[in-house]
Ligand binder design. Structure first.
Ligand code: DOR
Ligand code: ZN
Length: 425
């Protein structure tokens, strides 16, 4: 057997054609291909996309293997159509040294289901006091290019400036979790009408917007690449619009849950809806959707945040923030953006690959391109059953929700990681 012949598939929404995948690359594209020895895959009704790339995944290993491991998270990613994920640094120990990022990178290689690209911490222990060994992580086997204290904001402007300056040496990027901590102490949900009604301490939009405003000015000042994690407010969109119009090298991501869910859900007091930054208002959701379609927000990233049952199924105030998202992201983007495949391919693969510096990913299936791709059935409907997720954690806000669009197959360098909607291993 030599390779895969995918017949009658729409490449990023185009007319049906055939795709021959062989030796890790897309060997041929065109109608009526034949290839002796290749395994046939029926692509009728399916859309081929470049393998999805997630800039923001929490894999929890090392330290919280009870919530997720590199392997279980990689499997969830492959099932969601991803071929690469960026593993956030807020593990235990924190990924703030060459040793830890190499450990995560090796675990990813061993699992072999997606390319796991470790993100390095900006500061030692995510404490915001002292820069981590950014250079050592960049030159390690993991070749770290993205640095983030995600979960925590790099709130010290001087440290943020120095991190931005430092990463220029290796064309790195600093990904900021924008949250002015003095404005969110004790916060439980979005600050607004709903928080007032429920009597829960609020997380005001300005806490995000103030940091983004500061950091785009810093990025302009030192001319370095800045990325904003999980943008959640309409005001943030306006600051990004201004910054981009000025030519500031800033990119931004939005999470599927912020494209769909609102702060009204907190009224259920079900901690599955607790997330950081919090669910915002319907006006924010509308602004985020428009900004994603327009390109002011560059990418969709999941912020897949698995949590063990005891950390999530408890009183709202004590529950950890975060939701799993790898296996539902594409369906939600399809639902919120509509079947605009070139835009979906751009926001979920091409642009995230470029931001993360993952040269083998983000390529439209074409002769010679690395065969990192996913086949989607846009018409398939399925219902989210938490117990059926490949993630080790169950904290999905979509339990029982009907989704449209399902990943049928995912190929990593020409080797299937998912076939017939099931993980190959
Ligand atoms: O909801 C969140 N969960 N937001 C973060 O910034 C961190 C993440 C986590 O690690 O659980
Ligand atoms: Zn975050």
């Amino acid at each position: 057997m030599s390779g895969y012949l995918i017949r009658g598939v729409s490449v990023v929404g185009g007319e049906p054609t055939d795709l021959l995948v062989r030796d890790g690359v897309v060997a041929e594209v065109g109608p009526g291909l034949s290839a002796a020895g290749a395994e046939r895959v029926d692509g009728a009704g399916l859309v081929a996309l470049p393998g999805l790339v997630d800039l923001h995944t929490h894999l929890r290993e090392p330290g919280r293997e009870d919530a997720e491991t590199v392997e279980t998270g990689s499997r969830a990613a492959a099932l969601g159509g991803y071929t690469a994920v960026c593993a956030m640094a807020n593990t235990d120990p924190v990924a703030d040294t060459a040793g830890v990022v190499e450990q995560v990178w090796r675990l990813g290689q061993q699992a072999g289901l997606v390319d796991v690209q470790p993100v390095g911490a900006v500061t030692v222990g995510l404490r915001g006091e002292q820069l981590a060994e950014l250079g050592a992580m960049a030159t390690s086997a993991a070749r770290v290019r993205m640095f983030s204290d995600d979960g925590q904001c790099v709130w010290d402007a001087r440290l943020m400036r120095r991190a931005l300056e430092y990463v220029k040496a290796f064309d790195g990027v600093v990904a900021q979790h924008a949250e002015e901590p003095r404005l969110t102490a004790g916060a439980q949900m979005h600050e607004g009408e709903v928080s007032a009604r429920l009597g829960l301490a609020g997380w005001p939009a300005v806490a995000e917007e103030a940091i983004i405003a500061r950091d785009v000015l810093l990025a302009e000042h030192v001319l370095s690449r800045l990325h904003i994690c999980h943008v959640s407010t309409a005001g943030s969109v306006e600051i990004l619009r201004w910054a981009k119009a000025r030519g500031i090298p800033v990119t931004a991501e939005v999470c599927p849950h912020h494209l769909l869910l609102t702060d009204e859900l907190a009224a259920s007091y079900d901690p599955v809806f607790k997330v950081n930054p919090p669910l915002r208002t319907a006006d924010d959701v509308a602004a985020l959707r428009a900004a994603l379609a327009e390109g002011i927000i560059d990418v969709v990233a999941t912020d897949h945040a698995p949590h063990a049952v005891e950390d999530k199924e408890c009183e709202w105030a004590y529950a950890r923030p975060g939701m799993v998202g790898l296996e539902t992201a594409l369906s939600i983007v399809l639902d919120t953006l509509g079947p605009d495949w070139p835009v979906i391919a751009d926001r979920m693969s091409r642009t995230p690959a470029r931001i993360a510096g993952l040269d083998e990913h983000g390529h439209t299936p074409a002769p010679g391109a690395p065969a990192n791709l996913t086949l989607v059935d846009p018409a398939a409907r399925w219902t989210v059953e938490p117990a059926a997720l490949a993630s080790r954690s169950r904290n999905t806000p979509y339990a029982g929700t009907e989704m449209r669009g399902r990943v049928v197959a995912t190929f990593l360098r020409g080797v299937p990681t998912v076939l017939d909607g099931k993980a190959v291993r």
